[in-house]
Design a binder for this molecule. Structure first.
Ligand SMILES: O=C(O)CCC(=O)C(=O)O
Length: 307
């Protein structure tokens, strides 16, 4: 669904001003949006998933391990599709107040796409370079949004999400380097002049929700603190927004309509999007290429980008 059509429906979960500010800025923070009970359940689910990863020696389809991981001191970068690894993650994605939030921002008919639980382990949780998400999973329009939930307090030291305000209105950048490696990175010299003045730190206390437009340029710094930064990310779109490339984080809930009705016609935005690599042949984390890339803005051994 296109923005003008979304705006023709009344909001139910957030205020009109909050929705207007999301469409103007490309992001929104809702402080304390998720209550204690959900938070406790999700923290518990996250701890169980960490426990299951304890004996892993290398990454597998579900887990991306952090450097230094060991059975004695497990350390994770990411759990792919937590919705498939604990029932509470799917319950949260499909039945919690974030569904109403998604409907206020995508229109009344909402589809689930995929999810991630990005950990930033104390002191080692890595930086994410500037990037846009939608080139990794193009859709027929730009309705997809990512809704993030901080499971713990997240100040600037924990490496919160950061956006470049208003950048979703600008161009889509290529996520390939000059050798056509998929790096999911925008070199800083390619950003709009004055971008430094538009950087917003999306900090929030535990239970706060951050929403990203799928075109907004975003990234995050390393976690320099002694506290963990677990961030649960769920991606949704309008039901009539059709993905036209393979889902890099394919999962059994992809396409499930969590609110409203399935679409009969697709919504089309005329602005095109460069195609990603063919993820049906397997998803290869771009950090493998970043080490040989231009290395702008981040140390080459600290690249952790996925989508
Ligand atoms: O976890 C983070 O800090 C950044 C996550 C992100 O940008 C992404 O997964 O696209």
């Amino acid at each position: 669904m296109l923005e003008a059509d979304v705006l023709s429906y009344p909001v139910k979960t957030i205020t009109t001003e909050q929705r207007v500010s999301f469409f103007a800025d490309g992001s929104l923070v809702l402080e304390g949006f998720i209550g204690r009970r959900w938070l406790e359940r999700l923290r518990h689910a996250a701890s169980e998933c960490i426990e299951k990863a304890r004996d892993l020696m290398e990454n597998d389809a579900a887990y991306v391990l952090e450097s230094g991981h060991s059975p004695e001191r497990p350390a994770l970068r990411r759990l792919n599709n937590p919705v498939c690894h604990h029932p509470d993650f799917w319950l949260f994605a499909s039945e919690s107040p974030i569904v109403g939030l998604a409907a206020d921002l995508c229109g009344p008919h909402v589809k689930f796409y995929h999810s991630k639980l990005n950990f930033k382990w104390p002191r080692v949780g890595q930086q994410f370079d500037w990037h846009q998400d939608i080139p990794a999973w193009p859709h027929t329009d730009y309705s997809p949004i990512t809704i993030g939930l901080y499971l713990e307090d997240c100040g600037v030291e924990q490496g919160p999400l950061m956006t470049i305000k208003g950048s979703h209105r600008g161009e889509l950048h290529s996520m390939y380097d000059k050798d056509r490696n998929w790096v999911l990175r925008i070199p800083e010299e390619n950003l709009e002049p004055g971008w430094e003045n538009q950087v917003v730190n999306l900090t929030g206390s535990a239970g706060s929700v951050v929403v990203l437009n799928c075109r907004v340029i975003h990234g995050s710094h390393q976690n320099t603190s002694a506290k963990m930064r677990p961030l649960l990310l769920n991606v949704y779109s309008s039901a009539d927004s059709m993905p036209y490339a393979f889902n890099p984080l394919a999962n059994k809930y992809d396409g499930v309509v969590v609110c409203g009705e399935p679409a009969r016609y697709a919504s089309h935005d005329p602005r095109g999007c460069e195609l990603p690599p063919d993820w049906s042949k397997g998803y290869v984390g771009p950090w493998q290429h970043q080490a040989v890339g231009e290395g702008k803005g981040i140390q080459s051994d600290s690249h952790t980008h996925e989508v």
